[in-house]
Structures are given as structure tokens and as C-alpha cells.
Design a protein around this ligand. Sequence first.
Ligand SMILES: C[S@@+](CC[C@H](N)C(=O)[O-])C[C@H]1O[C@@H](n2cnc3c(N)ncnc32)[C@H](O)[C@@H]1O
Length: 335
Amino acid sequence: MSTPQENKIHKDLAPMIISGLQSSPRFFPSLLLWDATGVLTYERIMKSPDYYLTPTETSLIRLHADAIASKIPPNSAILELGSGSLTKTYLLLSALARQGKTITYYALDVCPSTLKSSLATLRHALHKHTPPTSITCRPLCMTYADGIAWLAADPSLTGQAVSVLWLGSSFANESRGDFQGLLAGIAGSGRAVQVLVAADGVKDGERVRRAYDTRDGLSRAFVMNVLENANASLGDRVFDAAKWGFEGEWDGEAGVFQTSICAREEQVVTIGGEEVTIGEGERVKVIASRKLGEGEVRAWLEGTAFEVGDVWRHPELDYCEFMKRCHFVLAMANF
Ligand SMILES: C[S@@+](CC[C@H](N)C(=O)[O-])C[C@H]1O[C@@H](n2cnc3c(N)ncnc32)[C@H](O)[C@@H]1O
């Protein structure tokens, strides 16, 4: 049975789908990627030999887990945005356990089934951990925006410093403006906050294209599932998958891989009581994967309350993790 939070997420998606289809250029909200089917497919993509991001980031975290953990104070909270399968998170929590720290860990994700199963696996692994851990894990089934509102309001965080984790290069699916808006919400929460993001700056077009259009066809299935999820959110079979195809395009100059769904034929869809004509070959954007090197991440932080603290680099690829600190909270919280 759907949870109230899940129902709210689905209900919120219907107007977003309608306005996205009426926009120019047209787009589907990227949240449509992340239902239970989408997340399970993504977990398979993470194991695909073409998808370099997960093994690269896993080795980066493995290499630097103790150093990253040493930046997280004892008796503090961690809020992970888009927590997913939690395999990388476990490496970090394990390092915190070795350092004997008491931590409350909040896994935030929009997909309730993933949250439930990945947290059960994580709790089991932490339970068996040597040395024993003082890490309490809690689920938050909500969107990034709702999670940031929660960060400001939830009384359980009173007096606690919070480290926000944003792994998987997911922050770079946001536009620079949206990312900065979310950072402003985090900084404005009134908490002592720091943010750890993982950034992928790999700009080899062929390598990036392979990662987002894997040869096993999984990334195509992952993206096309948006149509099923849109139909579920709209409560009607508005989109016929047979009339649509996957489109992926690498823009080397901008450093962005844009994934879209393309109409194979002209079609009229009736949505929100209105008819929308979509021409043959027209693309509806789904998600942008931006490749940001270290200098670009620094540029994205200009004008925000954050500055780069520590940077951990991958020995071979342009793949970094940044710990960002919030200036004004820095003074208050000893971060
Ligand atoms: C690319 S996966 C990354 C998962 C994990 N952090 C990792 O690095 O393996 C993105 C995750 O964020 C979640 N997600 C995507 N957009 C979200 C949003 N707006 N609010 C909350 N969760 C979101 C998805 O359900 C998915 O589990």
C-alpha cells in the first residue's frame, strides 16, 4: 500500500508533467525516473561495466573514508540526499564506527521501497560491524526540497551539527540555479551544516556516452520507464511507449549529457483536459548529467554561503569529493 508521502509525491507529479509538456523545450520531471522499477534498474546499471561512476566513486570513498569521517564530528547527524542503495554510505559509516563516533544517520530518498530495503541491509551490516557501532539509521521518504525544509524544522536535530551527503554526482543533475537554491535552503536552516558532494568531471565524450547509454540496454529501459511512471501519476494511459524512443546527446562544449525521450511519430496526447500535439522527432528532456571538474564546482559555489573545504581526488579520473562548509555557521559551530 502507498504511504501518504508516496501519494503526495505522485500527486505533485501530475501538474509537473503537464507544465513540462507544455514548456518549450518540453521536459518530463526527472523524478519520474525514480519509482521502484527505476531504482531497481539503476542498481543494475551501477554494476554495468560501462557505468564508470559507481566503481570510481566507491574506490574514492574506500581510499578516503577515514579522512572524510574525521571531518564529521561525534554526536552529530548526517543527512544523505538521494540515498539509493547505500553501499557507498556503508563505507563511510563503517569508518565513523571505527572512530567510535555516535551518529544519527538520515537516509532521504523519494523511492519508499528502496529506502526500506536498503536501510534494512545497512542496519543488518552495521549490526554485525566490528567494532560495534553507535549509529542510528532513520528513513526520510521525501524530495530534496522537502528534506531541506525538514532540516530547518525538525526538533530532533536541535543543537546537532549536520553533515549533508550528496553522492553519485547527483547534485549535477540539478541546474546551477537549482543547486544554489538548495544550498541556500541548507545554509538557511539555522543548523551547523557542511555538505559533501561527489562530482564527476570526466569529459571524454565516448566514455560518458557509454555510461548513460550502456551497451546492455539497461539505461534505455531506465529512461523509457518514465512513460509508465507518468501514466501511473496521471492515472491514465496517456503515453504509448511504442511511439517513443530513447535519445542521448553529449554536448562536449557544455560538458553535459542530455537524456531525452523522442516521439517516433506525430501524436496528440490529452493531458489535464488539454490536447498537446507532439511532432515526429520532437524530444522531451528527462535528465541532464553535468560533468563538472574541480574548477567548475568551485565556480558553482560562487555567491553561495559555502566555500570548498577539503577535496579528495581520484588518482586517475577527474572525479572528486568536496566537503563544503557554510561560512557563517562555521563560526557558530566549529565546523
Ligand atoms: C543517481 S541515484 C544515486 C544514489 C546513491 N546516492 C548513489 O550514489 O549510489 C539518485 C537517487 O536519488 C533519488 N532522487 C532523485 N531525485 C530526487 C529528489 N528530487 N528528491 C529525493 N530523492 C531523489 C533517487 O530515488 C535515487 O535513489
